[in-house]
Design a protein around this ligand. Sequence first.
Ligand SMILES: CC(=O)[C@@H](O)[C@H](O)COP(=O)(O)O
Ligand SMILES: NCC(=O)COP(=O)(O)O
Length: 251
Amino acid sequence: MTSNRLRLGVNIDHVATVRNARGGALPDPVRAAHLAIAAGADGITAHLREDRRHIRDTDMQRLASELSKPLNFEMAATTEMIGLAERFRPHAACLVPEKREERTTEGGLEVVGQAEALAAPIARLRDAGCRVSLFIEADEAPIAMAAKLGAPVVELHTGTWCHAVADSHAEKAQAEFERLAKGAAFAASLGLEVHAGHGLDYDTARQLAGIPAFVEFNIGHFLVGEAIFVGFETAIAGMRRAMDEGRAAGR
Ligand SMILES: CC(=O)[C@@H](O)[C@H](O)COP(=O)(O)O
Ligand SMILES: NCC(=O)COP(=O)(O)O
């Protein structure tokens, strides 16, 4: 295994979405997390939303205590969520923007105008032993502010690029890809560890993997959907292959 091998974090939120559709206990997202690790995931990501639409507190508690690989706890920077992170003590805590009415995360966290408000949550998470990550846009101002706030990791929001690719908006896709490449290089130049996520599939992950500054991708919705057709392990193995191919091509 080479040192520039990209890590794959598997997000299991939408296993819980299916479970919650019927109100019972199945499918169990924690079982999916164990299976993902057995299939080659380097870590597990789960987003405990304020409205608990998919992952629940007990899921997060079980993930934090049972997993053999790092857990990345995605959360809004609220007092309630910071308190839960202090209780569960996951390996990583990723602060994301959250709006109750949104279908999914629509953009990066506002860090420049919120720097003062973010300083205390970041300090509390760090004191709880969590590696703090900020889910942000790939622009200089939020990246520089993340570094100033002392977050060791940024996760660049890939959703706008993935949408442009899916909608065949070639010009926009190219511009968004370049923004991600530039942002990743800038973040790495500041000493930040650079992750990416949101909306990635085999093709976009393969392409993005060619950018050497990226260290980790977090991918969920596509993998859970693909699992319906090929099984979760095969989907994860396919993603691993796509990322490895992309990284090798970018060297
Ligand atoms: C922060 C991010 O982009 C996602 O990982 C997030 O978890 C998306 O929220 P949903 O899983 O609720 O779509
Ligand atoms: N932070 C991004 C993530 O965990 C997964 O996003 P998605 O693949 O479910 O869109």
